[in-house]
Design a protein around this ligand. Structure first.
Ligand code: NAP
Length: 383
């Protein structure tokens, strides 16, 4: 019999990644540029002079309120080394983790100063003499957190990026690495889900939530999607249902008799996905199938996850995970996941979340908007 347990998926592999993340963050900072500049002497025999030698970037030197501490600044770019590439960034979203990093409240923090942004898509303009896998014109996304994507261009190590087909929509590519990959891993790695099974999730209108709805629908998995009440609730319900949501309910409904009626039409969930925490997570747990798993991947309510004692006597598994592209099991699995996601995008089965396009100059407004409740649209910087 399965025993209730709390498994921290911040396990050894993630610890290793965490070190990688901390190191990679330097690439988003002046420190990294200084390092690359001082290393220029040793690598310049492989380098050609870059067609672009500077960029503008959204940089922060202190933690604090994002719209106060982030500044638009010009930065010098180093030459393209033998194993590096010059990338023109095209579009980059503002995600909650970017905000929390700037505020200084995220688990992993870069050395300062740092360029904001962990996700985005760019196009290769130039490659170093020893770069084999990438060519000018290729689209690339970051392979790890901390690249600092809120900038117009960057010189990056070949291994810092992974190529993506450029026949998918720009905003799908810009928002692929974090949320759809997180959704994909959570639907694949924790429970064996078959067509007809049910998954319940909160923050169902988030980037992660929308990807969960669509990937689950493509696999024939039913979803119960919990959202917060709002004036335009009916429109939101219609939008999520059009994406493939089986049921969309308000948080309050989780505590009501209506849930019994709902479970006459679908099985209790094998998997609960919690991006909120607090009461919302407790309510998801109440409806989980005996033997099922709840995966906590985010904590938007900034409240602890409380487990009712009665649930601790039942065989359930509680997992806390750091997923997305950055912790794919291996290179083959990473490529396989991206291929599968791009295939869903081409088939029209996986669309980007609703996005608001923002120019770099309007970054302050975009940062403020990204922190407002009920916006239901991802702010995407078009670079
Ligand atoms: N573990 C990982 O590897 C991983 C990967 C990706 C994302 N994440 C985490 O997942 C979460 C969602 O990210 P995202 O990019 O999908 O977010 P997003 O698109 O910006 O959406 C934010 C969501 O959070 C909801 N929300 C905000 N404050 C809330 C509150 N106090 N109570 C309940 N819901 C609240 C919003 O609902 P309203 O519309 O009602 O405001 C919206 O659904 C974040 O915590 C992020 O850090 C984790």
């Amino acid at each position: 019999m399965k025993v209730s347990r709390i498994a921290w998926l911040l396990c050894k592999r993630t610890e290793v990644r965490r070190h990688t993340v901390c190191r990679t963050f330097i690439s988003g900072s002046t420190t990294r540029l200084q390092q690359l500049s001082s290393a220029r002497g040793s690598i310049c025999r492989y380098s050609t002079e870059s067609s672009i030698n500077g960029c503008t970037a959204l940089l922060y030197r202190n933690h604090g309120d994002p719209s106060q501490v982030v500044q638009l600044e010009s930065m010098e770019l180093p030459s393209v080394g033998a194993k590096s590439v010059l990338v023109k960034l095209l579009a980059a979203p503002i995600n909650p983790s970017d905000i929390n990093m700037i505020q200084g409240s995220y688990a992993i923090l870069p050395d300062l100063p740092a360029v904001g942004g962990n996700e985005g898509v760019g196009q290769i303009l130039e490659v170093g003499s020893q770069v084999k896998a990438l060519r000018p014109g290729d689209w690339v996304i970051p392979r790890d957190a901390g690249l600092g994507t809120w900038r117009t261009a960057a010189v990056l190590a070949e291994n810092d990026v992974i190529s993506l087909p450029n026949d998918i929509p720009l905003f799908s590519a810009a928002t692929l690495g974090v949320n759809p990959c997180t959704a994909f891993r959570m639907l694949s790695d924790f429970e064996e889900l078959k067509p007809g099974d049910t998954v319940i999730q909160n923050a169902a209108n988030s980037g992660v939530g929308q990807a969960v709805i669509q990937i689950a629908a493509a696999r024939g998995i039913q979803t119960i999607n919990v959202v917060r009440d709002r004036p335009d609730l009916t429109q939101l319900i219609d939008r999520l249902k059009a994406m493939g949501a089986s049921h969309v309910i308000k948080e309050e409904t989780l505590r009501r008799h209506e849930m019994k009626e709902l479970f006459k039409t679908c099985p209790r969930p094998k998997l609960a996905l919690n991006g909120v925490g607090g009461k919302s997570a407790t309510e998801l747990l109440r409806h989980l199938q005996v033997g099922g798993s709840m995966v906590t991947y985010g904590g938007m309510a900034k409240q602890p996850v409380t487990v009712p004692v009665v649930r601790l006597f039942l065989p359930i598994i509680l997992l806390i995970c750091y997923v997305c592209i950055f912790v794919s099991p291996d290179e083959g699995a990473l490529r396989g996941m991206l291929d599968e996601l791009c295939s869903l995008i081409r088939q029209g089965k996986l669309t980007a979340p609703a996005c608001s396009e923002v120019g770099l100059q309007d970054f302050r407004k975009a940062l403020d908007t990204a922190m407002q409740p009920f916006t239901s649209a991802k702010q995407v910087l078009v670079l």
